[in-house]
Design a protein around this ligand. Structure first.
Ligand SMILES: [Fe+2]
Ligand SMILES: [Fe+2]
Length: 275
């Protein structure tokens, strides 16, 4: 699906650029971490419940779609330096996520080199496409996806603690979750700017995206997706109820949007580009 590119607006662009510089400065000061040095790899637990490793593999697979995530969104945000520079930095951080999850699967002994090669082969046979054709819809989607992803990693860490413990996995999931929260905050701040700029159009996209949100990547992209989604639900890492309580409502609160404003209105207004 091709998405409409962002119309350029000098005031919005100045604000995006400021958000990006703050995001980047903070990332450099407080959030940089090393796969080699910051994970206690010697403390991998070979007796961890294998159901935790199955979910790690699914999440690693989702992170491996990075070439599609970056290559498809960059043309949409091309006219905004703040947004494109953000995605350059974002891509670096997301690349570490699949690397560190893959390293853990191997170093813990939960997967072999052959199994990891199969996972990569599966990913590169598929293709992720933009789930929304409106640039603002994609921004709302990115915001929602990042908070949902943060929740997935936080809950996976909790399940790892409960099911045998693995200090290496717990540490890396903590670091990854902090990154995901920072990504969410950047996108949320962008949506906040759009709410000030054109509230009706932004609310329309929020309704369209957030009232129908699913973990699209696992559903659509990974083989055995039914089983993978069932594993995530069985461990109570992510489900509709958790989405509503820990993603949907907190986003509304953070943006000062009421539940009433999120009611789907029928007949729905035709989507107009934000200009
Ligand atoms: Fe990630
Ligand atoms: Fe992220």
């Amino acid at each position: 699906m091709a998405a409409s590119p962002i119309p350029s607006d000098p005031d919005l662009e100045r604000s995006f650029w400021r958000l990006y510089r703050d995001f980047f400065d903070q990332a450099e000061r407080r959030r940089r971490w090393s796969i080699r040095d910051d994970i206690p790899w010697e403390n991998c637990n070979p007796n961890l419940d294998p159901c935790v490793a199955d979910v790690v593999e699914s999440f690693c697979g989702v992170e491996l779609y990075l070439p599609d995530y970056t290559s498809k969104i960059l043309p949409v945000v091309r006219s905004s330096r703040g947004r494109t520079w953000f995605y350059a930095n974002w891509g670096y951080e997301e690349s570490k996520h699949s690397l560190v999850l893959g390293d853990w699967l191997l170093r813990s002994g939960q997967r072999t080199d052959e199994q990891m090669a199969d996972l990569e082969k599966m990913v590169f046979q598929g293709e992720w496409n933009l789930p929304h054709d409106n640039h603002l819809g994609m921004l709302v989607y990115a915001m929602t996806q990042e908070l949902a992803t943060w929740l997935n990693y936080r809950n996976l860490r909790r399940r790892a603690e409960e099911r045998g413990g693995d200090p290496a996995l717990e540490k890396l999931l903590t670091l990854v979750a902090v990154d995901e929260k920072a990504h969410f905050t950047f996108f949320k701040d962008c949506v906040e700017l759009y709410l000030k700029f054109d509230r009706p159009a932004t609310l329309e996209q929020m309704r369209g995206v957030m009232n129908n949100f699913a973990m699209q990547a696992i559903h659509d992209l990974l083989t055995d997706s039914r089983q993978r989604v069932a594993q995530v639900k069985a461990l109570e890492i992510f489900n509709e109820d958790l989405y509503y309580r820990e993603v949907y409502l907190p986003i509304l609160e953070a943006l000062g949007v009421s539940r009433n404003e999120m009611r789907n209105r029928l007949p729905s207004r035709k989507t107009e580009p934000v200009a």
